[in-house]
Write a protein that binds this ligand. Structure first.
Ligand code: GAP
Length: 449
């Protein structure tokens, strides 16, 4: 967003996402599948960058976290013990006239149908877990659920990780993976979907230190979004009321982002106490505890859980980066310019190499420069070569996909061995020798990070 008062509309984000290859409707040629989306060539890079930064900052750069990649399908007893079979539900109401269904907690008390004003049924609890069967015969013995959170894969591996890594409290386990929820009312693009990706940390602490660690993670994680460019005015922490808490939580605070339709959760941070480890200990008969050297007995750790949605982060970063301004074209006319002011580390394409035209004198030199930048160790990410359309249109395209730097090869380059670097945000152009181009790009990158 240009500033906190200029709100980009959701339509603009959806349209840019499709036009430029960030996000497409799933199964589009068959009319789509409700609220299901596919990440295109640039979306996949943006998503990968978010996940890699999260992993680097939380797992690689901290001494107290390790990683895990658990399977999506788990023993059904996991979901019995965790309480998801009994409690992981939303209140569902149905219109007696048009039969559309809604989440009762998203409507005013005594509301009528938002679509046809018909009378709504009494709320019924609807379990959000998707079911399937293992093996060739659909029997209740083979019943399995698609995980609705990655967290349970961490809890049931607590002992394995503790034994394999000889960790002492506090320590955490981080995981990135798909989760599935049969949401009653998905919507707002990739904000609420039935298949989505989570990045979760279960951080195991000594009982009594849980509140301190809860605050630690909440502040760390909020700062993380701002570190990668989110405007502090567009992010806030909201504490859950007693009536909103999940069945496992003693306290939860959401990190919310100001989306085009209002504030929405991008990360939940819950104090899950020892609920899950105790429940799995009771149910499995295996003690999921640690030996506390101070007290000389076994204790079940408390858990702080920063749980982050990758798709919601994609939306928040795209929305915050979206900018519109009046800018001069190469002929001096003023025109609307759309650009994504993405942090350099998030930008799908780091550098674009553009010959001024498709002229046969320019193309070989431009390709040579493209290869030189691409093979440099320091430019970490995609380097694109583009010779189609006019140079003005190519700049606009790179602006719209958030490429921080463009390198233009023109006819003077053949004689003076220099090229022009154009910066996305200021559109400032600087002439640099080809021999020191990579160093110049690195310097400009440092300036923008
Ligand atoms: N393990 C705790 C847990 O799953 P949650 O608040 O239900 O907590 C955590 O989910 C995060 O997962 C949310 O903050 C959100 O970013 C993401 N998320 C949850 N449901 C989602 C959905 N239907 N579509 C997209 N992202 C979702």
């Amino acid at each position: 967003m240009a500033d906190s008062t200029t709100q980009v509309t959701l339509d603009k984000i959806v349209s840019l996402s499709k036009r430029r290859g960030f996000i497409f409707q799933n199964s589009e040629i068959y009319g789509g599948l409700g609220s299901t989306w596919d990440y295109g060539p640039l979306g996949v890079e943006l998503k990968r960058n978010i996940k890699e930064l999260w992993w680097r900052d939380n797992v690689m750069k901290r001494d107290d976290l390790v990683g895990l990649d658990a399977a999506i399908l788990m023993n059904t007893k996991v979901w019995e013990a965790s309480g998801h079979l009994d409690n992981f539900s939303d209140p569902l109401v149905e219109c007696r006239l048009c039969h559309h269904r809604f989440r009762a907690d998203h409507l005013e008390a005594n509301a009528s149908c938002p679509d046809c004003a018909g009378e709504l049924t009494e709320p019924q609890q609807f379990n959000l877990m998707f079911k399937s069967h293992t093996g060739p015969v659909e029997s209740s013995g083979g019943l399995v659920y698609f995980r609705p959170e990655t967290a349970q894969g961490i809890f049931v591996n607590f002992l394995n990780v503790l034994n394999a890594t000889r960790r002492k409290l506090p320590f955490g386990i981080a995981q990135i993976g798909k989760s599935f929820r049969n949401e009653i009312t998905p919507g707002n693009f990739v904000f609420r979907t039935r298949e989505f990706e989570q990045m979760e940390i279960e951080y195991f602490v000594k009982p009594g230190t849980d509140e301190e660690w809860h605050n630690h993670w909440l502040e760390r994680r909020r700062d993380w979004y701002m570190q990668y460019g989110i405007d502090p005015n567009h992010i806030r922490i909201r504490r859950h009321g007693e009536d909103e808490l999940s069945h496992y939580a003693k306290a939860t605070s959401d990190i919310e982002y100001l989306f085009p339709w209002g504030w929405g959760e991008i990360q939940g941070t819950a104090n899950r106490t020892n609920f899950d480890l105790l429940a799995h200990s009771d149910s499995s008969g295996q003690s999921l505890s640690y030996f506390d050297e101070e007290s000389g007995d076994h204790k079940v750790p408390y858990v702080i859980e920063p749980s982050f949605g990758v798709d919601r982060a994609v939306m928040a970063f795209l929305t915050d980066a979206y900018q519109e301004e009046e800018a001069p074209t190469s002929s001096g006319k003023m025109e609307k310019r759309v650009f994504l002011k993405l942090h350099h580390s998030l930008a799908p394409v780091k550098v674009a190499v553009l010959p001024l035209s498709r002229n046969e004198a320019l193309v070989p030199l431009a390709k040579e420069i493209h290869n030189k930048i691409r093979s440099s160790e320091t430019i970490a990410g995609l380097v694109q070569y583009d010779e189609t359309q006019s140079i003005g249109k190519r700049y606009r395209r790179q602006d719209e996909i958030g490429t921080p730097l463009c390198v233009t090869v023109d006819f003077d380059s053949i004689d003076d061995d220099e090229v022009t670097i154009r910066e996305r945000d200021s559109m400032q152009q600087t002439r640099v020798p080809i021999s020191t181009l990579v160093e110049a790009l690195n310097k400009l990158t440092e300036k923008t990070t």
